[in-house]
Structures are given as structure tokens and as C-alpha cells.
Design a protein. Structure first.
Length: 333
């Protein structure tokens, strides 16, 4: 880990959102107060001075903040790389032009390849608004990355969703398993291991067909399922990243909402030091692996899989990831 500061900050800049998606984990932040413009920019300046390289702004829906363009502009003016995750449903032409002037890389979500499946996740009358926002961003020439959340509703359509993402103009695509947290837990739509494996296999086949590479987020065990030049994955345990909540709390993972400290009170350097030295973080980085992880050939890299899912199910970051097919007792090729 970096000594002075994280390389990257993932900042839930607001908990407010214009949607209430059935699989959203971030709805737990919806009522959390958010920092003022002045407070945000003070932390951004502090991040710059500490050596942070990139801030990824997400939410909620970041563009509900009237100062979001100002925050992005000042982040870039300070020499940081800034990216934005938005559902695109409230994009207007003037906002698209402002984002274009700043050269912001846009991240968005696509949970279905058609109106029916998309709106089953995000609510009525969202499909047309999403496509309109997407087209406005494309017309301004910005890079759009599409992330596909795999749920119990759409796992069997992942190939079609990938095709749709490329058809409408996505430059890159990733998939992520819907987490057993927030709305996904309440609505029982977080993806099951057998369905996630099938989704991965279909994603690999579609990526091969289209000649593209697809990233898989939050599933460092992918290598026990197959090895493919079309599928890439990583492990957040190796990232120098800090997650910040809307009010400035440094959290272990945005899926867990487990508070470590507050960056508004401590500043970036002290918060980063406290984060690295926290007992749970030390267990995450050097876990005492349990069965069957301690016998797995991938364990030196995977380190037990997603610690957030393990913590949610078992109350321990050192337990095995319940989504891993080996942990779930499923056969792998």
C-alpha cells in the first residue's frame, strides 16, 4: 500500500438518487447528509497535496448535486484524474456539453437489453430516459463504460445485454455480481453462485464473439472457473483505494458501510494511516484462510474472495466468499 495516501478515491458524493433500483446496495446512504461544496473542495485539495491520483465520483446520483460540474472542474484543475458514475437518466444537453469540455470518462449501468428487463430493475419510464442521456453523452464524444449488475432477474440474458451495450456505443464493459446488501437483499435479487457462473460463461462466449475484453468486478475467484483472454478480473485487496461516504466517513467498503474514521476531521494522510492500520484491514490483507480456501491453488491471489460478501453472511472478513463456486460446492471445469 501507498504510505502517504491512496492512489484512488471512490467517493459516494451524495446518497440522493432519482431512482430506487431493486438491486441497489447504495440506498443505505440515501438519508446520509452530504458535505458542502467548500468542504468537498477542501478534501480534494488535501487529496492532491497528499499524492492521490484519481477520484471516482459516484452515489446515489452525483448529478443531483448542483455543484457537481464545479467539483469535477476543480478536481481536474488541481491535476487529478476524475471519473463519474451516473445513471444518465437526468442528463440534459448542457450537462453533456460541460462534461465533454472537461473530458470526463463516464461510467453507467445497463441491467437489461430491452425496456422490460431494464425497467424491471430501475422502474417505469427509465429506459427512454437512459437511452436519451446515453446518446447525448455519445454525441459529445465522451468515453462511456457500461457496467452490468448480474441479478437473479437478468443472469440468463448477460450475452444480450453485452451486445446491447456495444450496439449503443459503449467503449468498454464490465460485469459485477449484485451484492447481498441493501435493496438487493431486501428484494432477494442478489445473484446466486450457479447463476453467476452461467453468466460468466455467457459473457466469455459473447466477448469472444465480439472480439472484446470484459472486466469482472468483485469476483477475484474467476480463475477457478476458467482462464480466458476475453475475461479479466482483479482483487481490491491489492488496490490503494479509499472509499468515502457522502458525509466524509472513510468506510471499509461501500457495500458494507463499516466506518473506519472521518476524512473531514482527520484529512487524507491521517485517515489513510488509520485505514491501513485498522485491525479489520490487516485481516483483509493477511487473512487466516479457512476451508476450502486454504487448499485452493488460487488462494495466494484470491485470498478468500470478496470479504464484503463474507462479512455480510458470516460476520467475518476471513471467511470464504459464498459466491465462489468451490465454496458453494459447485463443480468447475
Amino acid at each position: 500500500m501507498n504510505e502517504e495516501a491512496p492512489n484512488d478515491i471512490i467517493w459516494l458524493i451524495t446518497g440522493r438518487c432519482n431512482l430506487n433500483c431493486i438491486h441497489c446496495y447504495a440506498n443505505m446512504y440515501r438519508s446520509e447528509g452530504e458535505l458542502s461544496t467548500t468542504e468537498v473542495l477542501k478534501i480534494v485539495k488535501d487529496a492532491t497535496d497528499a499524492g492521490v491520483e484519481h477520484i471516482h465520483y459516484t452515489g446515489g446520483e452525483p448529478l443531483l448535486r448542483r455543484d457537481m460540474i464545479q467539483i469535477l472542474k476543480e478536481t481536474i484543475d488541481l491535476g487529478l484524474y476524475a471519473t463519474l458514475f451516473t445513471n444518465l437518466t437526468i442528463i440534459k444537453q448542457d450537462i453533456a456539453k460541460e462534461l465533454s469540455r472537461l473530458g470526463i470518462v463516464i461510467y453507467t449501468s445497463l441491467d437489461g437489453h430491452n425496456r422490460e428487463l431494464y425497467e424491471a430493475h430501475r422502474g417505469r419510464e427509465t429506459w427512454d430516459r437512459f437511452l436519451k442521456g446515453f446518446n447525448l453523452i455519445k454525441e459529445e464524444g465522451l468515453h462511456i463504460h457500461v457496467n452490468i449488475s448480474i441479478t437473479e432477474i437478468n443472469w440468463n440474458y448477460v450475452g444480450s445485454i453485452i451486445s446491447k451495450a456495444i450496439e449503443i456505443g459503449a467503449e468498454s464493459v464490465s460485469i459485477i455480481p449484485a451484492m447481498p446488501s441493501g435493496n438487493a437483499m431486501r428484494n432477494n435479487v442478489y445473484v446466486r453462485p450457479e447463476h453467476f457462473i452461467k453468466a460468466l460463461e455467457d459473457a466469455n462466449a459473447k466477448a469472444k464473439e465480439l472480439g472484446i475484453t470484459i472486466w469482472v468486478w468483485c469476483a477475484p475467484f474467476v480463475g477457478v472457473i476458467f482462464k480466458s483472454p476475453y475475461i479479466r478480473y482483479s482483487n481490491c485487496r491489492y488496490w490503494d483505494v479509499m472509499d468515502i461516504s457522502p458525509s466524509g466517513r472513510v468506510i471499509l467498503c461501500d457495500v458494507l458501510n463499516y466506518e473506519i474514521c472521518n476524512v473531514k476531521e482527520l484529512g487524507i494522510r491521517k485517515a489513510w494511516h488509520m485505514f491501513k492500520e485498522h485491525p479489520l484491514m490487516k485481516k483483509i490483507m493477511r487473512p487466516n484462510l479457512k476451508e476450502p480456501c486454504n487448499r485452493c491453488p488460487l488462494n495466494s491471489y484470491c485470498k478468500g474472495g470478496c470479504y464484503a460478501r463474507a462479512y455480510i453472511k458470516y460476520g467475518s472478513v476471513e471467511m470464504p466468499d459464498p459466491l465462489c463456486p468451490i465454496v458453494a460446492g459447485l463443480k468447475t471445469k
